[in-house]
Design a protein. Structure first.
Length: 240
């Protein structure tokens, strides 16, 4: 019994990935609250870093320099930021939390097989294999475009606001009172470009993880938020 309890007390990490519009933000927010997981949202980490960028700002990683503004331009266009750049920022935050013994849920990282190659050795050293859960939210392109083009988030904490009859007239976030805004990344043309990038560069992670003897749990994301979260919860409870 003590051994089992000790195992359950070990930090865990949950990796979420899915196309833009699949509901990663909503589902990781819900899961973080219900299962007491510290949420690491890659888009927010990048956005925060880019907001502070000045001309000439560089980030030196393993002897190579990356222009912050050049990476910001890629991000604004809907392209993927350099793998080493993303890995550096993500693992810095993950280490801060794991060193405090916190369990973590990842939203938007890793996004490429190259990032997976960088991340897997780090992951294996930091977490026990049976404390790693991977969830893939699968969604059709038309549904993803429809969701994203209607999506709004709040300025303060980036809460995603579901688009429906009850929320379409809202101008302020019901959780923190800040203004609701649309991201430039959610324009239809950019969404379709991002979905194609996801298909080409991120979707291969399913096979990549499976090739490394890791289970990828697939959840159909075109269901209601409640139904998707019920499936997500069932997966996380089994792994708890």
């Amino acid at each position: 019994v003590n051994i089992q309890k000790d195992q359950q007390d070990l930090p865990r990490i949950v990796i979420f990935f899915g196309a833009p519009g699949s509901g990663k933000g909503t589902q990781t927010t819900l899961a973080s609250e219900v299962f007491r997981l510290s949420r690491v949202e890659m888009s927010k980490i990048l956005e925060t870093r880019f907001q502070k960028a000045l001309p000439g700002d560089m980030l030196r990683i393993e002897g190579k320099e990356y222009s912050i503004l050049e990476q910001k331009k890629l991000w604004q266009e809907g392209s993927l930021v350099a793998d080493e750049f993303v890995f550096h920022l993500a693992t810095k935050r993950i280490l801060e939390l794991s060193e405090r013994g916190e369990s973590i849920i990842l939203d938007g990282f890793p996004r490429t097989v190259a990032q997976g190659d960088l991340f897997l050795p780090f992951l294996s050293k930091t977490y026990s294999k049976d404390r790693i859960t991977i969830i893939f939210l699968d969604i059709q392109e038309d549904e993803a475009v429809s969701r994203n083009s209607k999506r709004r988030i709040c300025e303060l904490a980036r809460h995603p606001i579901l688009s429906n009859e009850e929320t379409k007239r809202l101008t302020l976030c019901p959780l923190d009172g800040s203004s609701l805004v649309r991201r430039s990344l959610d324009e239809p043309d950019i969404i379709r470009f991002r979905i194609q990038k996801f298909t080409d560069q991120t979707l291969p992670l399913v096979q990549y993880f499976e090739d490394h003897d890791m289970i990828v749990h697939t959840v159909l994301a075109n269901q209601s938020v409640a139904n998707v979260f019920q499936e997500v919860s069932d997966i996380l409870k089994k792994q708890d």
